[in-house]
Design a protein around this ligand. Sequence first.
Ligand code: PTT
Ligand code: SF4
Length: 607
Amino acid sequence: MKGWTGRLLRINLSTGKHWVQDLDPSILINYVGGRGLAVKLLWDELPRGIDPLSPLNKLIIAAGPLTGYPGPNTGKLVIAAKSPLTGGYGDGNIGSWASVHLRKAGFDAMIIEGASSRPVYIYVENEGVEVKPADDLWGLDTFTTEDKLRSIYGSNVGMLIIGPAGENLVRFATVVAQKGRSGGRPGMGAVMGSKRVKAIVIRGTKPLPQPADQALSKIGVEADLAAKAKQNYGFWLRQGTTATVEWAQEASVLPTLNYREGQFDYYDKIGGVMVEKSNVTTRSCPNCVMPCGHVVKDLEDQLSELDYENIAMLGSNIGVGDLQEVAYLNRLADMMGLDTISLGSTLGWAMEATERGLIKDGLEWGDYRRAAEVTLDIAHQRTELGRLLGLGVRGASSRIGGGSEGFAMHVKGLEVSAYDCHAAPGMALAFATSPIGAHHKDAWVISWEVQTNRFAYSRDKVLKVIELQNIRGGWFEVMVGCRLPWVEIGLELDWYWRMYKAATGLDLDLEGVANRVYTLIRAYWIREYGGWLRDYDTPPARWFKDPLSKGPLKGSRLNYDAYQQMLTWYYEARGWDERGVPRRSTLRRLGLEYVEGDLSKVIDLRD
Ligand code: PTT
Ligand code: SF4
């Protein structure tokens, strides 16, 4: 097939064997790549109910049919597995040269299965695979590990690395690339750690697969130029995602003190204007036309790469109002391989639990020094507190109880990204129905919502959430390119359809692919959870119960009944029944009849 390599590399660490497999063309057409390919493989290959941290779990690294070709931001990959944080389907999207090298090595994806008995790292050079001892790397932070591996392999490789958090199976450990790209929020770093894999180093030296149409390069270059000509391009280069701090403050959605409030008194000390002033350099993923990694110097004069989510979660959400302090915490998270969103949420939850007397010797709001100590403790799992918080907010609150579940900000076990939803029902629905738990990546509907009727609980809003989910989760996560050229500077989606057609020779069936992938992920969750409750698709209790206590939207909170009506509309539009379970007719329409047997064992399917 054109555009895809059509091949998968499988490495079994228990047996020490590796082999190459051809990918079925119909799977590539129907699931495309990235998340689509990952969930298909996980559904087919993982037995129900496995321990995500056991050798039975499989770690999937998947590129897509545009990866590496010229064109806007084609240097990303999806990393996926059964999540140890949520117990459901988990994935993340990382910008890394590993994506391009994987394709140049001749693969669209690789699967790591089994587990090694000792620490190792994996070196892939085209078809050659070496599993090498990593005893001298185990325990090192991700930056030092990268330096050591670069001294062996040089700069012309891609690397995916875990830190101490992944080694110690912290449930929200991520995988880190390029000292500042971090992905796999639902614990993909812990899955890698459970296999005792410290790093994956990939070098590909072959040409990329032949595209169907040689015009692909020309279209890609034209798309790059079109992106650079956009009105917002210059401002984006100066502030990137960090400008969202000021926007979120204005819109009263900046998470503050564990999502109690939507505004922070010191927002201007940590916002995009401050980042622009402090910026020392900018970094990017491969093939990026609009670099967004804003690097500043932190308290220790070290480099730290910032994005909006890092700043909000390690700043306003825990009461830290100083950019250098935030940057310091962010660098520690990158070095340890911890997700900054879950870390900031967990620290915020612990600060509130300390305030309420539920945790002794905990943390005070705004105390960045103590937050740094606890961050290291979580990564190294040294004390009882570190071990408690390493479970994430769902696990920690269910362990200590005392009402702390009521301020644990998660959906399905994944901590909420940095948007307060007391007055944003559409965004609350987007979090609650995201296929990996409360991540904003599938539908960042909030910018549209605050500009339209933000207080409405309307069917239009539901349809907007689905439209965005299908484009973001159903296209950008399956073709695996960065969505920011489209979201942030308004690059037209048509460029992507043209590149896909030129690469593969096929017209993209966006609706079909997106609905298929969303419904298969839903089936995966139901099979694992052994049934389904609407509660799983409901946002955290705080947004319904504890109104905002100050600011222009003082008194705002979500309406439970109106939210449930939106959820019903959502299910209807997806072809799922009123419990949130795909109907048989939907499964058949999407070519997913093959899940009916497994699903029927755990829940009655309706027509
Ligand atoms: C993403 C999530 C985000 S989303 C941010 S900031 W953002 C946080 N970044 C972290 C970090 O940094 N260090 C750390 N230790 N933990 C972090 N956790 C958080 O992870 C990221 C960019 C960003 S920056 C965004 S919005 C876009 N996300 C995309 C996406 O999800 N899909 C896609 N097709 N394109 C995207 N483009 C943008 O990529 P996760 P990255 Mg990350 C320091 O991976 O698990 O999806 O979580 O991937 O290469 O760093 O790029 O304001
Ligand atoms: Fe990576 Fe940012 Fe460029 Fe997207 S815009 S490819 S996240 S550097």
